[in-house]
Ligand binder design. Structure first.
Ligand code: NAD
Length: 259
C-alpha cells in the first residue's frame, strides 16, 4: 500500500486509462477523486473502487473551466482532507489531414489537452504548496508528442506541448518538492482508439479495425497496450519510489518509440 493516506485526483477518470489509473491508485491506498465531464460517468468508477474496499468520490468537471477545476480541487480537500497527487489524464484527439485542420479543431484539442492541464496543475499546486508536504503531478502525453504525423497535426502538437509544459511546471515546483512527470503511451486499448480507428479507416478507405491492426502489428512487444500497463507506471510516479524523478516523460509504448 504505497499510497496509504494520500489523496489523488484523476481527470478523465471515468473510462480508459483514467479509470485504470484511478482503480490502481485506490488499490495502493489512495482516496481518489474521479473528475470527468459528468458525475454519473465518474460514479461508476467510484462504485467499482468502493466495492473493492477503497475510497473515492466523483465530481463533474470540464478541465477547460477554471471554476469547475477549483471545485474539483475543493472536493478533494473537503472530502478527504488534502491533496497529494494530480493525474492530468483528460484528453481529446481527432484525426484530421493538415490541409483540413480548422481553428475549431485546433482550439478543441489545445483547450482540453493543454489549457485544461494548466488550470488543473495550478489549482492543485496551490493546495500542495500550502500543505508544505510536496506532491506529485502526472501528465498523460503520448507517443504522438514525440513526432509529427501527416493526419494528426493538432493532436501531435498538443501532446508535444504537454511534454514541454511538464518540464516548465516541474522546474516551477521543484523548490516545493512537487514532482511533475509525464507518461507517453503508445496504442492503448481504450474507447479513444476505437474512435481513432474509425477516423483513420474513413480517411484511408479501409475496413474498420484495419488501422488498429496495422498499428498494433508494428509494436515491438507484439500486443496492444492495456490501460493497466499505464496505471502501474502512474502509481510508481505517484509514490515515494519516484521522489528523485522530475521533469521526465516516460515512454510506455511497447518499444514503439526509441527514446
Ligand atoms: N488511447 C491511446 O492510445 C492513447 C495513447 C496516448 C495517449 N493517450 C492519452 O491518454 C489520455 C487518456 O486516453 P484514453 O485513451 O483513456 O481516452 P478516452 O477517450 O477513453 O477517455 C478520456 C476521458 O477524458 C474525459 N474528458 C474528455 N474531455 C474532458 C474535459 N474537457 N474535462 C474532463 N474530462 C474530459 C472523457 O469524458 C473520458 O472519460 C488522454 O490524454 C489521451 O490523449 C491515449
Amino acid at each position: 500500500m504505497r499510497l496509504e493516506g494520500k489523496v489523488a485526483i484523476v481527470t478523465g477518470g471515468a473510462q480508459g486509462m483514467g479509470r485504470a489509473i484511478a482503480l490502481r491508485l485506490a488499490q495502493e491506498g489512495a482516496a481518489v477523486v474521479i473528475a470527468d465531464l459528468t458525475q454519473e460517468a465518474g460514479q461508476k468508477v467510484v462504485d467499482e473502487i468502493t466495492a473493492q474496499g477503497g475510497k473515492a468520490t466523483a465530481v463533474a468537471t470540464d478541465v477547460r473551466n477554471q471554476e469547475q477545476v477549483q471545485a474539483m480541487v475543493d472536493t478533494a480537500v473537503n472530502t478527504f482532507g488534502g491533496l497529494n497527487i494530480l493525474v492530468n489524464n483528460a484528453g481529446v484527439g481527432k484525426i484530421i489531414p493538415f490541409l483540413e485542420t480548422t481553428e475549431k479543431d485546433w482550439d478543441f484539442m489545445f483547450d482540453v489537452n493543454c489549457k485544461g492541464l494548466l488550470w488543473c496543475s495550478q489549482a492543485a499546486a496551490k493546495v500542495m504548496i500550502e500543505q508544505g508536504r510536496g506532491g506529485k503531478i502526472i501528465n498523460l502525453a503520448s507517443q504522438a508528442g514525440r513526432r509529427g504525423e501527416a493526419l494528426v497535426l493538432a493532436y501531435c502538437a498538443s501532446k508535444a506541448c504537454v511534454i514541454n509544459m511538464t518540464q516548465s511546471i516541474a522546474l516551477a515546483l521543484a523548490e516545493h518538492k512537487i514532482n511533475v512527470n509525464a507518461i507517453a503511451p503508445g496504442v492503448v486499448d481504450t474507447p479513444f482508439w476505437e474512435e481513432v480507428d474509425k477516423q483513420f479507416a474513413k480517411l484511408w478507405n479501409l475496413p474498420v479495425g484495419e488501422p488498429k491492426r496495422r498499428a498494433v502489428a508494428s509494436i515491438p512487444l507484439g500486443r496492444i497496450e492495456q490501460p493497466e500497463d499505464v496505471a502501474g507506471v502512474a502509481a510508481f510516479l505517484a509514490s515515494s519510489d519516484a521522489d528523485y524523478i522530475t521533469q521526465q516523460c516516460i515512454n510506455v509504448d511497447g518499444g514503439n518509440w526509441p527514446s
